[in-house]
Design a protein. Sequence first.
Length: 112
Amino acid sequence: MKMIIAIMQKEDEIDTVEELNKAHFFVTKLATTGGFLKSKNTTIMIGVEDEQVEQAIEIIKQNAGRRQGLQYNTAGLESNGMMPMSNMITPIQAEMGGCTTFVLDVEQFQKF
């Protein structure tokens, strides 16, 4: 038996957990915070049989993996009252999302 621990952006949690549940994986969710950017994350833990690891990882990758999307960037200039900041917002193509996963051996499993 294995324990999959996956740390993902909070925005990816709902779709990921929904797809895992559809595939009959039961998930424990924890609200976590990233260290460097202090961003809100969700950490999920899934207990699976050895032969189910790849299927679960693939579902996580499809729903919480890195992807391209639009990010809105400001020019970095402060508004002086004559030119509102909203005029300087520019959409740029950026890599978004991403997930870190760990697969651990489970020495013992008990359910009470």
